[in-house]
Ligand binder design. Structure first.
Ligand code: GDP
Ligand code: MG
Length: 389
């Protein structure tokens, strides 16, 4: 039997203590897991609850669990999950002698010890990084599709980056060598907020790693959002990170990328609606400031301004298609400023119109809609490649 050489980290902020405790137990029960690092955002109620839970463990297990507070690594972005993950990497390198570090979200109800085996199997085969991906509702994953994968296609069209299924996935494992590289990488250290997952993804490409994407068939059951506005911070931070790094030259010619074959998505995921559509339309209609309207007129093609007005007056129910999204994306790439609330709100609002266009199609023709998202990536890629010719 192989030695215990895996360290598992759960970053957490505010979570259900019972779900989280069960996940810690699952990790401790895995034959390969040596230690478990829990990185907290603050000493809040969840922290107290988890501290109490640790006290119920056997003396032996207690010594294998480390509850630590996240440190501040980034300086210009919000303190968030990125600081948590970077703290874990530092702790892993300084306080453990594990060969592999895995991350899992704390809120996953379907998590089990076998996820660790499925990730570790690929690392044992020689891949540097193994990352999980899941079946998802056809109306879900809209930050991934319309911000991250499109962004990759826009900025790095001739790489494999846009092909990565779930570049924002927080469940992944890598070897100690990669941990060392990440711990010294300023692009990663600066990604202190929701941009950390994107920072990892582009850095794996920058390092030319061998990457494997592991399909977790049973899906990631975790706390869901109700309205698109719950994703506002995540959407803008993920976009801003790509914009911020748009001048990075990345070639993935030497990278190895394999993934599990995509099985047919279970029917229930095809028809599940991930958010409140009516509520999102109503939310879209309020909160327009004079500055947002001014930006719309000054920087965007006339068609987009007209589109917004027509949605506001109920005259348009088609929202933003992939062509208009490409145009909008280009404008945001040039002018978006995360420190300006009006730009953040405007970005979010146009993204909502893009998501609504997709959701409408997905409800009527699920399979067509998912194909159409792939068409969007091709459109972004081809237009950007053509620009380089
Ligand atoms: P989602 O699954 O993408 O909707 O994001 P979640 O809200 O579930 O967050 C993913 C994981 O990161 C969860 O375990 C959160 O508790 C954790 N998390 C979120 N923000 C922070 C943070 O600021 N610091 C730390 N340490 N963990 C965080
Ligand atoms: Mg979650």
């Amino acid at each position: 039997m192989r030695q215990k050489d895996v360290v598992v980290c759960f970053p957490f902020k505010k979570e259900d203590v019972d779900v989280f405790s069960k996940n810690i137990k699952e990790a401790l029960s895995n034959k390969r897991v040596k230690e478990v690092i829990l990185v907290a955002y603050s000493k809040n109620e969840t922290y107290q609850g988890i501290e109490n839970f640790i006290n119920t463990l056997s003396k032996e297990d207690k010594e294998r669990v480390h509850l630590v507070l996240q440190k501040r690594f980034g300086t210009k972005r919000r303190e968030g999950k990125g600081d948590g993950m970077n703290t874990a990497i530092q702790y892993f390198l300084e306080h453990t002698d594990g060969n592999f570090l895995h991350f899992y979200d704390a809120d996953i109800k379907s998590f089990s010890s076998s996820w660790i085996d499925r990730v570790q199997r690929r690392l044992d085969e020689g891949y540097d990084v193994a990352r999980c991906f899941y079946p998802r509702s056809y109306t879900d994953a809209q930050v991934t599709w319309n911000i991250t994968r499109t962004g990759f296609a826009y900025v790095w069209p001739d790489t494999i980056l846009p092909d990565i299924e779930q570049p924002l996935g927080g469940e992944l494992g890598f070897n100690r060598h990669i941990a060392e590289k990440l711990s010294k990488d300023n692009i990663v250290l600066s990604a202190s907020d929701w941009s950390i997952d994107t920072a990892f993804t582009i850095s794996f490409a920058r390092y030319n790693v061998k990457l494997y994407e592991v399909y977790i068939e049973e899906g990631k059951e975790h706390k869901l959002y109700g309205r698109l506005s719950d994703l506002k911070t995540m959407a803008t931070e993920c976009f801003d990170f790509i914009k911020d790094n748009k001048d990075l030259v990345i070639s993935t010619d030497k990278m190895v990328y394999h993934k599990d074959e995509l099985k047919d998505i279970p029917e229930k995921y095809k028809h599940m609606v991930a958010f409140d559509i009516k509520g999102s339309i109503n939310e879209f209609k309020v909160g327009w400031t004079p500055k947002m309207k001014e930006y719309l007129v000054r920087y965007f093609p006339r068609e987009i301004g007209e589109k917004v007005n027509n949605v506001l007056t109920g005259k348009d129910t088609e929202f933003i298609d992939i062509d208009l999204w490409f145009e909008s994306y280009g404008v945001f790439m040039k002018y978006f400023d995360i420190s300006d609330k009006d730009w953040r709100e405007l970005f979010f609002k146009l993204w909502v119109l893009r998501v609504l266009n997709h959701a409408k199609l997905a409800i009527k023709y699920p399979d067509k809609a998912i194909k159409h998202l792939r068409t969007m990536l091709t459109l972004f890629r081809e237009r950007r490649m053509a620009k380089r010719l």
